[in-house]
Write a protein that binds this ligand. Structure first.
Ligand SMILES: [Zn+2]
Length: 233
C-alpha cells in the first residue's frame, strides 16, 4: 500500500510579493479545505509515527501522513484547531535550538521573521495527540558540513528534545531534504526509527525507513493539485 506523506511549513496568510519561499505558506482557509477533502474522501490524517504501520503494510486503510517542518507557532495557532475538528493527528519537525525562537536560518534570505513554538506550545501540541520529531539543532545543510558536525546535529537534537519533553523521539526530517547514505546511517545510529526527505512520491513498504519520500503542499496548490498529490503514487 502506498501512503502519501504531506509536507507543510507555515499555515498563515502568505506575505506580499516579493519574498522568497512564499510558496511555503499555505493560507489557513486552503488548509481547512484540504483537510475537509481528506475527510470527505474517507482518509484518516495521521502523524508519521501513527502512519508507519500502514506504510509497512502491517495495517490497511485510507491513510495520509501529515507533517510540518520547522515547528512554527502558526501551526499550533491555526492548523491545530482544524486538525482537531477533523480528528487528525500530525507530526511537527522541530529545530531543537530554536524552541521559543524563530526562523533564524531563513531570515538572511529575506524570509519574514516567524516565531517557532515554545515549550508550552510544544507540550500542548503533544497533548493534542500530535507527534514532534527532530529537524536538527540549527536547521543546517548536512551536505555542507563535516561528518562530526552532521552527526552532532542529528544526535544531539534528539537527545535535547527527549530530555526537555521526557518522550521518545523516533522521527527525523532532513533540512532541505538534503541527505546521503552516510546521513541515513547516522540517523539510524542516533536511534530514530523514521526519517523523511523531500523526494516527491508516496511512501511504501519497499522504502528505506531512514529515507521516506514526501509531497510538499504549496501556497498556490488548487484543490485539484492537492487531490492529485493525495491520490497518486
Ligand atoms: Zn525545514
Amino acid at each position: 500500500m502506498s501512503v502519501p506523506i504531506l509536507l507543510y511549513h507555515q499555515i498563515a496568510v502568505p506575505p506580499p510579493k516579493p519574498m522568497p519561499f512564499r510558496s511555503m505558506f499555505v493560507h489557513p482557509r486552503n488548509f481547512a479545505q484540504q483537510m475537509a477533502w481528506l475527510k470527505r474522501l474517507g482518509y484518516q490524517g495521521l502523524s508519521l509515527k501513527d502512519a508507519t504501520p500502514y506504510i509497512c503494510g502491517e495495517k490497511h486503510g485510507k491513510v495520509v501522513a501529515i507533517t510540518f517542518d520547522d515547528g512554527f507557532a502558526n501551526v499550533i495557532e491555526t492548523a491545530a484547531p482544524i486538525l482537531k475538528q477533523c480528528g487528525f493527528t500530525a507530526t511537527n519537525f522541530i529545530v531543537a535550538d530554536e524552541i521559543g525562537g524563530s526562523n533564524t536560518w531563513d531570515q538572511p534570505l529575506g524570509v519574514v521573521h516567524t516565531a517557532c513554538m515554545g515549550r508550552e506550545q510544544l507540550r500542548r501540541w503533544m497533548e493534542l495527540g500530535h507527534e514532534i520529531g527532530s529537524h536538527t539543532l540549527n536547521h543546517v545543510r548536512l551536505d555542507r558540513m563535516n561528518a562530526n558536525e552532521a552527526r552532532r546535529q542529528i544526535t544531539e537534537s534528539r537527545e535535547k528534545l527527549q530530555s526537555v519533553f521526557g518522550t521518545s523521539i523516533v522521527s527525523f526530517a532532513y533540512p532541505y531534504g538534503e541527505q546521503s547514505p552516510h546521513h541515513r546511517t547516522m540517523v539510524r545510529e542516533a536511534g530514530y526509527a523514521w526519517a523523511v526527505t523531500t523526494e516527491r512520491r508516496s511512501a511504501n513498504a519497499h522504502d528505506d525507513p531512514a529515507g521516506l519520500p514526501r509531497k510538499t503542499v504549496r501556497r498556490s496548490d488548487t484543490a485539484l493539485h492537492f487531490l492529485k498529490k493525495v491520490l497518486t503514487k
